[in-house]
Design a protein around this ligand. Structure first.
Ligand code: T4K
Length: 368
């Protein structure tokens, strides 16, 4: 049996490089609380991501939770259920009500033609997700938000390094939240960031991630969500290798596409116009009728051969038991269908083309 191939595998810098990076911590003993590594990574990421301002946090989830709090959101928030648990949980943990908008069948981002019918006098924001690194219709979302005086907070957890029309994706909306989790294109072991423009928002966010303190006095009800120095050091190392990381991922994606493009019953995400991609995930939608096997049968077949794809994102977050039966998934039919059809295939820098060939061969052997 071949070695297991998991949906992803963290990239690591050379060990010596990381050891060199953390050496100074034994001298300074400055291990957290916005130390020098945190500050250096913040500056470097600001330049790399092409954003005006950025703050680093413990993880992508706390970035979302605290960004929502810092934006002062109230009442209802329009979002999508075709996402990781974090997006919806952050909304609910802020005491807000998620109102689920369907996604479009092409790139799986929020269907902008369905947003306005969901706006009520309680709506305070739109929280779209750049799912799998696919860019939302940022122009149309901006127009709708301006017309109805709504804030826009992007879940950009999958979008490290993505650019749209030459602009860093974190530069859109009132704020954008990134995840630097170990499973991401760029990681700091655990980590995340909020990108934004407004200086006062940044001051509030900075207080919120540090117990709500400003000059030792709590002016907000805050949390502890500071990125520590060991994580920031990992980020500094990984950032030096980011171009190579993305190039290797692209090679694996090209290889997948060469096998799976144009096969009846298989839909791949289109390459979006004016977008510099990061090759974060490789989602494939299987239409049971046309392909002759359903997503779960393919998942099973792959796992028999030690290949572990994942059902990101099944089930829809709107169906999670923790929310009771508040939400009807039938109100988002496209998302509901996609959640039963999509498999995210293994993708990481070290995945070589021979492995991709084998994975595709297995998939195509299921076709009837
Ligand atoms: N918004 C969106 C849209 C998100 O997708 C996420 C996170 C967030 C917000 C929140 O960001 P963070 O708070 O996480 O920064 C994984 C990740 O833990 C999660 O970060 C990610 N999205 C989600 C899509 O995937 P799981 O529960 O599937 O992870 P797990 O432990 O099953 O790992 C998946 C595979 O990754 C493993 O089979 C092997 C590999 N792996 C895993 C770990 C933990 C590694 O190679 N190294 C590792 O250290 O959630």
């Amino acid at each position: 049996m071949n070695d297991p191939i998991l949906v992803t595998r963290s990239s690591m810098p050379p060990m010596e490089e990381y050891l060199e990076e953390i050496k100074s911590l034994w001298d300074t003993r400055f291990l957290t609380n916005m130390g020098p590594k945190h500050q250096e990574l913040q500056e470097r990421l600001k330049a790399y991501l092409g954003v005006q301002r950025i703050d680093l946090l413990t993880n992508g989830h706390m970035a979302l939770e605290l960004a929502m709090q810092a934006l002062g959101l109230t009442g209802e928030v329009i979002t999508t259920p075709f996402t990781f648990a974090s997006t919806t949980q952050a909304i609910v943990r802020n005491g807000l009500k998620p109102v689920f908008c369907d996604v479009n069948p092409n790139d799986y981002t929020m269907d902008v033609t369905k947003i306005e019918e969901l706006i009520t006098d309680k709506t305070s924001a739109i929280v779209p997700v750049h799912v799998y690194g696919n860019v939302c219709d940022v122009e149309q979302i901006r127009r709708i938000a301006e017309k109805h005086h709504l804030k826009v907070l992007y879940d950009a957890a999958h979008c490290f390094g993505v650019r749209y029309q030459g602009r860093g994706i974190g530069d859109f909306g009132d704020a954008s939240c990134f995840s630097f989790h170990a499973t991401k294109v760029f990681h700091t072991i655990e980590g995340g960031a909020v990108c934004f423009r407004d200086e006062r928002f940044g001051e509030t966010l900075g207080a919120l991630k540090n117990f709500g303190l400003r000059d030792g006095i709590a002016t907000e009800v805050g949390a502890n969500a500071k990125m520590n120095e060991f994580c920031a050091a990992m980020g500094l190392c990984n950032l030096r290798h980011i171009d190579e990381e993305i190039t290797k991922r692209k090679a694996a994606v090209d290889c997948y596409r060469s096998h799976l493009e144009g096969i009846s019953g298989i839909s791949l995400c289109p390459v979006q116009k004016d977008v510099v991609q990061n090759y974060a995930y490789f989602p494939v939608a299987f239409d049971r009728e046309a392909f002759g096997a359903d997503r779960d049968q393919i998942l099973q077949r792959l796992s028999e051969e030690n290949v572990f794809a994942r059902k990101y994102f099944y089930p829809l977050t709107s169906t999670f038991p923790c929310y009771g039966n508040q939400f009807d998934p039938k109100t988002t039919p496209v998302a509901l269908r996609l959640s039963s059809q999509i498999l995210t295939l293994p993708l990481y820098a070290e995945l070589d083309c021979a492995d991709v060939d084998r994975i595709c061969e297995l998939i195509l052997s299921c076709k009837r």
